[in-house]
Write a protein that binds this ligand. Structure first.
Ligand SMILES: CC1=C(CCC(=O)O)c2cc3nc(cc4[nH]c(cc5[nH]c(cc1n2)c(C)c5CCC(=O)O)c(CCC(=O)O)c4C)C(CCC(=O)O)=C3C
Ligand SMILES: [Fe+2]
Length: 353
């Protein structure tokens, strides 16, 4: 098996505010040009201010990076890890500037999302392109480092096993007959239709979320479960993937369900959408209805998550055979922010509302 050598690993994430004054500018960064109504922004600002204006996401990323550094060292892989974000400091372009100054010529990139689709995959390609353009433009002589993005991992056994164990634990904490419900970040229906290469017929994001959910349910031996969505944004007249988790809990209650385990399959860590939209809103709804509620832990702090990242790295550096539990195409691995295929996950024009 042949490997290719790299100088560094760039951990590329979403970013989040680290104090009350960061919240509004962070939200402006996230929603620039995306047609999100100001009322929605005001509402989300309150979610962040509820936690003192601090999103857990940067801390969780730093913890995961420390675990990956230890795992790399343990496996004898010499690769410094850098951290950059799309929407908040450290910004990807600043980090890439630092990498260039440190002499990095070629790096792997780990995006903190397991899935395909515009928001979960292609937008990280855009971040890579933007960061490279920023550092390329800043120096006449030097070229931006080459950046190779690691593949989507929604069907990797280490990702599925981590969620499966956490799901077993959540179910064990609930009375018999609890309903298992998977949830992922909603996206506009038009964005999901445009997800994947046109030849695939669209829906790459929702199909992958459904497949990861199926794999976890199968691993825990649950035959009946639901896949629903959360954290809908955008103007109300634009259709997004539904049902919403909170509405779904009500519907389950009406069907006589008395306990629910909610597995945030669409996320790798306990960031704000998880601790607010699930641990507060969904849990509160369940409480109001007298339903028992358990939220399944995300993989971020599971040692298998660091192992997963290192294994994805070794697919490149040592030609390790990719492990996958589904028949879906292994996608997402591209160079310098190129799309997976022509017109793959094309951004859909958002109305200014
Ligand atoms: C698919 C998907 C993921 C999963 C893939 C991945 O993980 O990348 C994800 C993750 C995240 N989304 C996050 C935060 C936000 N997302 C927003 C808005 C939006 N998300 C979208 C989709 C997704 N988002 C979309 C289609 C929008 C509408 C605007 C647009 O078309 O782009 C807004 C604006 C306010 C609002 O309306 O909610 C915020 C603040 C955070 C950080 C949380 C923290 O701080 O801890 C994380 C990890
Ligand atoms: Fe989001």
């Amino acid at each position: 098996m042949e490997g290719v050598s790299f100088d560094a690993l760039l951990w590329l994430s979403f970013g989040g505010p680290e104090g009350p004054a960061d919240v509004r500018p962070f939200l402006e960064n996230v929603t620039r040009g995306r047609g999100v109504p100001p009322e929605r922004l005001d509402e989300v600002e309150q979610h962040y201010q509820h936690f003192g204006g601090v999103s857990p996401i940067n801390r969780l990323n730093r913890e995961a990076i420390a675990a990956v550094e230890a795992e790399l060292a343990g496996q004898g892989v010499k690769l410094p890890v850098y951290f950059g974000n799309r929407n908040w400091h450290p910004m990807a372009e600043d980090t890439l500037g630092k990498m260039l100054a440190d002499g990095v010529q070629r790096a792997l990139v780990f995006p903190t999302s397991a899935y395909g689709g515009y928001s979960a995959c292609r937008q990280y390609d855009e971040d890579i392109e933007r960061a490279r353009a920023a550092v390329g433009a800043a120096s006449d002589e030097q070229q931006a480092p080459e950046l190779v993005k690691l593949r989507q991992f929604f069907d990797h056994p280490l990702f599925i096993d981590s969620f499966a164990d956490a799901t077993r634990q959540a179910l064990a904490s609930l009375p018999d007959g609890a309903r298992l419900v998977f949830t992922a970040h909603s996206v506009p229906v038009s964005a999901d239709k445009a997800a994947g290469p046109p030849s695939e017929g669209g829906g790459r994001y929702s199909k992958q979320v459904a497949e990861a959910s199926r794999l976890v349910a199968e691993a825990v031996g649950v035959a009946e479960y639901d896949v629903v969505w959360q954290s809908r944004s955008g103007p109300p007249q634009i259709p997004w993937l539904d049902p919403d988790i909170v509405d779904h809990i009500e519907a389950l209650h009406e069907q006589g369900v008395t306990a629910v385990a909610v597995c945030p399959i669409g996320f790798v860590s306990d960031h704000l959408e998880v601790i607010w939209d699930l641990d507060n809103e969904a849990a509160e709804k369940a409480g109001e209805l007298g339903m028992a509620f358990a939220r399944v832990a995300t993989p971020n702090s599971d040692p298998r998550f660091a192992q997963l990242v290192v294994e994805l790295v070794r697919e490149h550096t040592e030609g390790v055979t990719p492990r996958k539990l589904s028949d879906f195409t292994a996608a997402g691995c591209t160079v310098n922010g190129a799309p997976c295929a022509p017109l793959c996950c094309e951004p859909v024009k958002r109305p200014a509302r």
